[in-house]
Design a protein. Structure first.
Length: 114
């Protein structure tokens, strides 16, 4: 499998996972909405459905906001960590000539003592 195909497959799997997670959230919101309406036995069937629908919609709105916020924060953290990694890598590359020179000096010093 070449890299482009792997990227497409990875993207597809992430989208499928997101879809399944969101469907599970919808089902949970609907189940919780139905349980919430059970607290009000005096509601008519129509009122119960209306309250359940409003509850589920609000719950999904809050869930979407939370997911959006979390996704944004993940992107920010990824950017921060990539920047830190890049700076660390540059620092290590900058130390390489010094470490090489130090190693060569140590080798020369060891030979001169023998």
């Amino acid at each position: 499998m070449d890299e482009d195909t792997a990227d497409i497959a990875d993207t597809g799997l992430r989208q499928l996972e997101g879809y399944l997670l969101w469907q599970a959230e919808i089902a949970t919101a609907q189940r919780d909405a139905a349980a919430f309406t059970e607290l009000f036995p005096w509601l008519s069937t129509g009122q119960r459905e209306e309250v359940a629908q409003a509850y589920a919609q609000k719950r999904l709105q809050v869930s979407r906001q939370a997911v959006t916020h979390i996704a944004q924060r993940c992107r920010e953290l990824r950017s921060e960590y990539e920047d830190r990694y890049r700076r660390l890598r540059l620092g290590l590359v900058a130390l390489l000539p010094f470490a090489t020179a130090l190693g060569a000096a140590a080798a020369v010093a060891t030979r001169s003592w023998q």
